[in-house]
Design a protein around this ligand. Structure first.
Ligand SMILES: Nc1ncnc2c1ncn2[C@@H]1O[C@H](COP(=O)(O)OP(=O)(O)OP(=O)(O)O)[C@@H](O)[C@H]1O
Length: 263
């Protein structure tokens, strides 16, 4: 039987084992984290401020170098790679941040095409050149997020929800197998937040991507996740199917924080 994190064929896109991150000042932000994400799965990480959620995503994408443990992405051990081999392996990971991080003075289409640049290492981006052959595919990704009609708009004119959908299209242009989303709805109104969560879920269910998403909204997590991972003080407190998760374990994630704030 396929376990948590395994796709229908038993394939696991992301497997994290014993991940540790101790910062130079001595803070142990991650203290032996295990988790996995399979194709077609949306896994949401919850936890109070400082529990290690962003550090987890930054270690998985190797923006940070973890101090221990293993990160396997589509069978490749990212924790042991460096240089060009690491850059190639990271192509399988698409990143989505809290603020879309678009280049505001460029068009929506140019932003999306730029997501494909990792596959065109020879292109002189400093001259503003983009691979024209990627335009039809980029328009397809914009269609997928419902914004093809805004392709020629300047990115600076978009609403927060539109900018986040363009950022997702840009991540798709990289042709990833796994999306890592760090609080993708934090700065959006409730309706735009629902739209982004629906989109992430559709990309998992219809396109078979694995999605690992950090959220601060337990109610969204319960409604959209396949599994919810609760992180506390850099450790996994629970990892359960969303439909089987009672309120108590979620409340416990935020309890220590509430008590500390009240004291
Ligand atoms: N570059 C750094 N240097 C030292 N300590 C850090 C660094 N980045 C994060 N930390 C510490 O690691 C711990 C985890 O931080 P992290 O940002 O991963 O938490 P988080 O769960 O994402 O929090 P939030 O919900 O507020 O975004 C915190 O104690 C934080 O102060």
């Amino acid at each position: 039987m396929a376990g948590a994190g395994a796709g229908p064929g038993g394939e696991t896109l992301l497997r994290v084992r014993g991940l540790r991150m101790r910062f130079a000042g001595g803070t142990a932000a991650l203290d032996g984290v295990d988790l996995s994400v399979g194709p077609g799965e949306l896994v949401i990480v919850l936890g109070s401020n400082g529990s290690g959620k962003s550090t987890l995503l930054r270690c998985i994408s190797r923006l940070l170098h973890p101090t221990g443990g293993e990160i396997l992405v589509a069978g490749q051990n990212l924790s042991r790679l460096e240089g060009a081999a690491l850059r190639r392996a990271r192509q399988a990971l698409g990143m989505i941040f809290q603020h879309g991080n678009l280049v505001r003075r460029r068009s929506v289409l140019a932003n999306v095409v730029s997501g494909s640049l990792g596959r065109h290492p020879g292109i002189r981006t400093s001259l503003g050149l983009l691979p024209a052959g990627e335009v039809p595919a980029a328009l397809g990704y914009l269609r997928e997020v419902g914004l093809e009609h805004l392709a020629q708009r300047r990115a600076s004119t978009l609403s927060g929800g539109q900018a986040q959908r363009v950022a997702i299209a840009r991540a798709l242009a990289q042709r990833p197998r796994l999306l890592l989303a760090d609080e993708p709805v934090a700065s959006l109104d409730p309706e735009a937040a629902e739209e982004i969560m629906r989109l992430l879920r559709r990309l998992a269910k219809e396109d078979g991507l694995g999605v690992l998403c950090v959220l601060h909204q337990p109610e969204l997590a319960v409604r959209y996740a396949d599994r919810i991972v609760g992180l506390q003080h850099g450790r996994v407190l629970f990892d359960q199917p969303a439909g089987e998760l009672a309120e108590a374990p979620i409340d416990r994630l935020y309890e220590a924080k509430t008590q500390a704030q009240a004291a």
